[in-house]
Design a protein around this ligand. Structure first.
Ligand code: ATP
Ligand code: MG
Length: 183
C-alpha cells in the first residue's frame, strides 16, 4: 500500500481545501516556521485513527478544526482524506476490493469523528486495524516525532517491545486475539 494523495479541508491551519499528490520516493516538506509542516504530518496520523488530542498538540480533538485567524472565522468541521494505491492488493481483507482506497475522517464540533473508506461508513477501529496490519498507522514507528529517538533509547523493555511489534506489523494480530478472548 502506498500513500498517493492527501487532501485537507479546515484541518488546523489548512482552512482552504488543499490537495497534495505524494509521488514515489522521498518527499520533502519545506517552509518557514509556522507554515504548517508539522500540521501536515499530524493530518496524516489523524486520518489513520489517532485518538489522543495531545498527539495533535491540542487539549480536545475538536482543536484540529480551523479556529479562525487573519480575519477568517472558525470552521465548523475538519476533514482529511488519504488516498492509497492498493494495486498490489496488500490491504487487509474487508478493504481489499479496490486498487484505490480512500480513507476519510471528518470531525464536527458537536458530533465528533466519523470515518469512511471508499464512501462506506466504518468505525475508528476498522481504520486503525487497516493501518495496523500495514504497519503504518497513527502510532507507526515510521512516523518519528521530535524527541522520539531519545524516548526509544530510554524506553522500558515492554514499551520498546511494543514499538518493535508495531514495526513488524503484528500488533493488529494481538488486538484481534485480545478481542476474540473477550467474546
Ligand atoms: P516549525 O518550522 O516551527 O516546526 P511548522 O511548519 O511545523 O513550524 P506547524 O506547527 O505545522 O508549523 O503550524 C503551526 C501553525 O498552525 C500556527 O500558526 C498555528 O496557529 C496554526 N494552527 C494550529 N492549529 C490551528 C487551528 N486549529 N486553527 C488555526 N490555525 C492553527
Ligand atoms: Mg514543525
Amino acid at each position: 500500500m502506498r500513500f498517493a494523495r492527501l487532501r485537507l479541508n479546515g484541518f488546523k491551519s489548512f482552512v482552504d481545501p488543499t490537495d497534495l499528490v505524494i509521488h514515489d520516493g522521498l518527499t520533502g516538506v519545506v517552509g518557514p516556521n509556522g507554515c504548517g509542516k508539522s500540521n501536515l504530518l499530524e493530518a496524516l496520523r489523524w486520518v489513520m485513527g489517532e485518538n489522543r488530542p495531545t498527539a495533535m498538540r491540542g487539549a480536545g480533538m475538536e482543536d484540529v478544526i480551523f479556529a479562525g485567524s487573519g480575519g477568517r472565522g472558525a470552521r465548523a468541521f475538519a476533514e482529511v482524506a488519504l488516498s492509497i494505491d492498493n494495486s498490489e492488493r496488500l490491504a487487509p481483507s474487508g478493504f481489499n476490493e479496490a486498487d484505490q482506497l480512500e480513507v476519510v475522517r471528518r470531525i464536527t464540533r458537536d458530533a465528533g469523528s466519523a470515518y469512511r473508506v471508499n464512501g462506506r461508513e466504518v468505525r475508528a477501529r476498522d481504520v486503525q486495524m487497516l493501518f495496523a496490519d500495514a504497519s503504518t498507522g497513527a502510532h507507526s514507528p515510521a512516523l518519528v516525532r521530535q524527541g522520539q529517538i531519545s524516548e526509544l533509547i530510554n524506553a522500558k523493555p515492554r514499551a520498546r517491545r511494543r514499538i518493535l511489534e508495531e514495526a513488524a506489523g503484528i500488533s493488529g494480530l494481538y488486538q484481534r486475539r485480545h478481542e476474540a478472548e473477550l467474546r
